[in-house]
Design a protein. Structure first.
Length: 277
């Protein structure tokens, strides 16, 4: 009888061990399967992100190529035609007694001169090779000086350290982001003053900060990405987010109704081509 009890106890222990081992085996298989599935999902997500970045990069390259073509066409065709028209008007002779005609001719010349000047500024802003040649800081300084001359609003800027250059792609992307922000200020902000800061922070980050005292952007505050802008239209920030994604920059926006908007672009310089001049 005691022997039977021992055998039953032994069988029970062995059975329990087998059940435990079976449970552990099933849990191990499930863990390996979930881990493998998680890795596959991560790989798929990386592949999707890479594809989206490549697609976005191609779209922006096409856009830059289009800008270049438009810039060249404006300069070579429309700009030259306006210059010819202005020169033709210079040869037009009116009697000194024709005051109305002389005034109209003078006004027309002034309008043409402004159109030629605006066309020149536009072609310079569109042409990526010129932006690369000038560098980011001088390109932004030129745009701000043009804004000052146009007197759309007060323009104030501070450049802490301009003795450096970024690589060509980063320069173009940051300049286009700057242009888009300025366009938003002009179109939507109803601002009377614009403040721009460029800075190199301890050789680790490049900082571009653009502030205005306009009406503000509703519902946007803090670090932004595509998800945080989802469902918001008319604020023109999506192309900025797209470019920031490709160069690893972060964008922070602080805004309050009737108190203005502050947009900060922060770019880590690790891995960037940085040259001092």
């Amino acid at each position: 009888m005691p022997t039977d009890i021992k055998e039953i106890s032994l069988i029970t222990v062995i059975g329990s061990l087998l059940v435990v081992l079976m449970v552990l085996f099933i849990l191990t298989v499930l863990f390996i399967y979930q881990r493998k599935q998680h890795r596959q999902e991560q790989a798929f997500q990386r592949m999707k992100t890479r594809f989206e970045k490549e697609l976005l990069k191609s779209q922006l390259e096409i856009q830059e190529s289009t800008f270049k073509i438009i810039s060249q066409e404006l300069h070579d065709n429309i700009g030259q035609m306006l210059t010819v028209v202005k020169m033709s008007l210079s040869f037009l002779k009116l009697p000194p007694t024709d005051t109305e005609g002389l005034n109209l001719l003078q006004n027309t010349k002034q309008v043409l001169s402004k159109a030629i000047n605006d066309m020149s500024q536009l072609t310079k802003s569109l042409h990526s090779e010129r932006i690369i040649q000038l560098g980011l800081v001088d390109s932004i300084r030129y745009e701000l000086d043009v804004l000052k001359k146009n007197k759309l609003f007060g323009v104030h800027y501070r450049i802490e350290d301009d003795g450096y250059e970024l690589d060509s792609k980063t320069t173009i992307f940051l300049f286009r982001m700057f242009q888009e922000i300025i366009n938003n200020v002009i179109k939507h902000a109803q601002a009377t003053d614009l403040f721009v800061t460029l800075d190199l922070l301890t050789d680790e980050h490049f900082l571009m900060k653009i502030e205005d005292n306009g009406k503000g952007i509703e519902g946007v505050d803090g670090w932004v990405d595509k998800q945080s802008l989802s469902g918001k239209s008319g604020i023109g920030l999506r192309s900025i987010i797209d470019r920031a994604l490709l160069i690893g920059a972060k964008i922070e926006i602080h805004s309050r109704a009737q108190e203005g908007t502050s947009v900060t672009i922060k770019l880590p310089l690790k891995g960037q081509m940085l040259k001092y001049v």
